[in-house]
Ligand binder design. Structure first.
Ligand SMILES: Nc1ncnc2c1ncn2[C@@H]1O[C@H](COP(=O)(O)OP(=O)(O)O)[C@@H](O)[C@H]1O
Ligand SMILES: [Mg+2]
Length: 267
């Protein structure tokens, strides 16, 4: 694996008698996309929340770029979340009263960027994400896929180190879900960010470099393996926009041509 950006060590968390995490070790490399899979109640969201500093584990450690982050005070953790992490949720969670460009600008404004400059920076994400012309639309005037693209722009606008996505395609039809995963993975990698995606959909997980299978608060041994180990490369390469030369290099090429691949779909 390339340089490790984020890691969890022996993470444990319980809610009363329910064991949500039973000692999880996980590491995410730079610009790597990791899928966390498993049935409902297996601990996926708890793992994501602990890694993202949203929740404190009962024990274990979380490290971001060499710094231990699970023990820092809430105020500092909240600043970390705002500057180093981006979030994409199942139901976009855009503010319905704000136009799309202001939804995207919001994390910058929360970080102290002046409104005009924040909106200007926000607008730069619309073209590359296939949202040209949608800047002024309110979330209610966007399709589900368009709203998730806005949510992806909002997650990336601060240029975070890690994007966390919890069931980002859960509210979309299958074709749109795949399109959103392609955009999420490509845009994240293009910006040098790492991606942690929680999903119960193997088709969604296939877009990622590695899959970690969670059961009863533990990662199944042998499941946090590379894409080649899972035999997923061929599958991914066949996808539109990901390169199609039929060997591992094809996807690398697809990655470098990433921006044009965003355009031309209104998913
Ligand atoms: N806030 C909470 N209060 C009580 N129990 C919780 C809470 N969050 C999660 N749990 C429990 O922890 C376990 C793991 O939950 P979760 O991480 O949400 O699983 P998943 O995301 O895989 O569906 C489940 O048994 C769930 O009921
Ligand atoms: Mg969950």
């Amino acid at each position: 694996m390339s340089e490790i950006v984020l890691s969890g060590r022996r993470l444990a968390k319980r809610f009363g008698p329910a064991v949500a995490l039973a000692g999880v070790d996980v590491a995410i490399g730079r610009a790597e996309a990791l899928a966390i899979m498993g049935p409902s109640g297996s601990g996926k969201s708890t793992l994501l929340h602990c890694l993202a500093g949203v929740m404190k584990p009962d024990s274990g450690e979380v490290h971001l770029l060499g710094q231990r982050i699970d023990t820092v005070r809430e105020r500092e953790r909240s600043a970390l979340r705002r500057t180093k992490f981006g979030f994409v949720f199942q139901f976009g969670q855009l503010l319905p009263e704000l136009p799309a460009e202001e939804n995207v600008a919001l994390p910058l404004m929360l970080g102290g960027t002046a409104r005009a400059r924040a909106v200007r920076e926000a607008r730069e994400w619309f073209g590359p994400l296939g949202l040209g012309g949608m800047e002024g639309r309110r979330p209610g005037e966007l399709s589900g896929g368009q709203a998730q693209r806005v949510a992806i722009a909002r997650a990336l606008v601060t240029r975070p180190a890690v994007i966390f996505a919890d069931e980002p395609t859960g509210a979309l039809d299958q074709a749109t879900g795949h399109e959103i995963m392609r955009i999420l993975v490509e845009a994240t990698k293009h910006n040098g960010a790492s991606l942690v995606v929680v999903t119960h959909d193997p088709e969604v997980a296939r877009w990622c470099d590695r899959v970690a299978e969670v059961r009863d608060g533990m990662i199944l041994p042998g499941h946090a393996v590379g894409r080649d180990g899972m035999g997923l490369s061929r599958h991914v390469e066949g996808r539109e926009g990901m390169g199609s030369s039929g060997h591992a290099g094809g996807r690398e090429q697809g990655r470098t041509r990433v921006l044009p691949g965003f355009e031309g779909s209104d998913a």
